[in-house]
Design a binder for this molecule. Structure first.
Ligand SMILES: [Zn+2]
Length: 247
C-alpha cells in the first residue's frame, strides 16, 4: 500500500488527454533521497512529478493518481523505445516510478527496494491490463537519450527477473544447450510467466510450430509442470504441445 504524499497542482495535470490511458511504466532514479523527492514534487517550482517513489528500504510513496498525468518522461530525444508514439507526449500514456538513489550507484539496488518496485509495477500492469513484456517497462533513457536515468548500472534484465519472480518465486528456469521445435496440438495462449494466471502474450493455433529456447518448472496443470520458454517473457504450457514432457 502506497503512502500518499501528494504533489503541487502545477507539477501534474488532472486526468489524461483524450483516450489515453497507461500502457507502459517508466523507471527513473531520483538522483537523491525519498524525502527530498517528497518535498520537491510538492514545491511549485519543480514543474516535474512522478506517480510513485520507491525508497531504499522498500517504502512506496505516491504523489499523483495513476489516472492523472505526471510530468516524468518529458519530451523524447533520440528515443530507442519501440512503442513510443510519434508526436505524443509520453507522459500521456505512461506511469512514472522514481527510485531513491544516485544515477552512478552500483547495481543491484537494495533487495527491499527492488522487490517493492517489482511488486508495484506488477500491480500497476495488472490494474491497467498492460502485458508483462519488456517493451512495457521502460528505462527513462530509452525515451530521452541525454539522460542516464535510471542509472548507468541499471540492469533491465535483472529488473525484469525480479518483476516476474515477484509473482512466482517457486518457478525455476533453465536455458537449453540447443533449441528444439514443438507443434501446438491444442490452441493455447502463451503467458508472460509459466503460470496460467500471468499476463497473456499471444495466441498459438493448432498445428503452429514454436521454437523452445528455455524450459521452466512452472505451474502444474493436469499433473504436468513443464513449460517452454518460446520468446522473451513468453511461455507455453508443454501439455499443449507435441512434446508434453521432456523425457
Ligand atoms: Zn528519469
Amino acid at each position: 500500500m502506497a503512502d500518499w504524499k501528494g504533489c503541487a497542482a502545477r507539477n501534474y495535470k488532472i486526468g489524461r488527454p483524450g483516450q489515453f490511458q497507461p500502457e507502459a511504466v517508466v523507471i527513473h532514479i531520483m538522483d537523491g533521497t525519498l524525502s527530498g523527492t517528497d518535498s520537491w514534487f510538492n514545491d511549485t517550482r519543480a514543474k516535474v512529478s512522478a506517480h510513485y517513489g520507491v525508497g531504499k528500504a522498500g517504502q512506496v510513496h505516491q504523489y499523483v493518481k495513476e489516472a492523472d498525468t505526471a510530468f516524468h518522461a518529458g519530451s523524447a530525444d533520440r528515443p530507442r523505445w519501440p512503442l513510443l508514439k510519434p508526436r505524443v507526449n509520453p507522459n500521456f500514456y505512461t506511469i512514472g516510478i522514481e527510485h531513491e538513489g544516485l544515477a552512478g550507484e552500483p547495481w543491484p539496488w537494495p533487495l527491499p527496494q527492488l522487490q517493492a518496485s517489482a511488486k508495484l509495477v506488477r500491480e500497476i500492469m495488472d490494474r491497467w491490463g498492460i502485458p508483462v513484456v519488456p517493451e512495457r517497462i521502460v528505462p527513462h533513457h530509452l525515451i530521452r537519450a541525454g539522460k542516464t536515468c535510471p542509472g548507468v548500472n541499471f540492469n533491465r534484465a535483472a529488473y525484469l527477473t525480479a518483476l516476474t519472480t515477484a509473482i512466482a518465486p517457486a518457478v525455476t528456469l533453465a536455458p537449453l544447450a540447443s533449441a528444439f521445435d514443438v507443434t501446438v496440438i491444442d490452441p493455447t495462449t502463451t503467458r508472460s510467466w509459466p503460470q496460467s494466471e500471468s499476463a497473456p502474450v499471444a495466441v498459438k493455433t493448432k498445428g503452429q510450430t514454436v521454437r523452445v529456447a528455455q524450459i521452466a518448472d512452472g505451474e502444474t496443470l493436469m499433473g504436468n509442470a513443464n513449460w517452454y520458454g518460446v520468446g522473451p517473457n513468453e511461455f507455453i504450457w508443454a501439455g499443449a504441445t507435441s512434446r508434453p514432457r521432456l523425457s
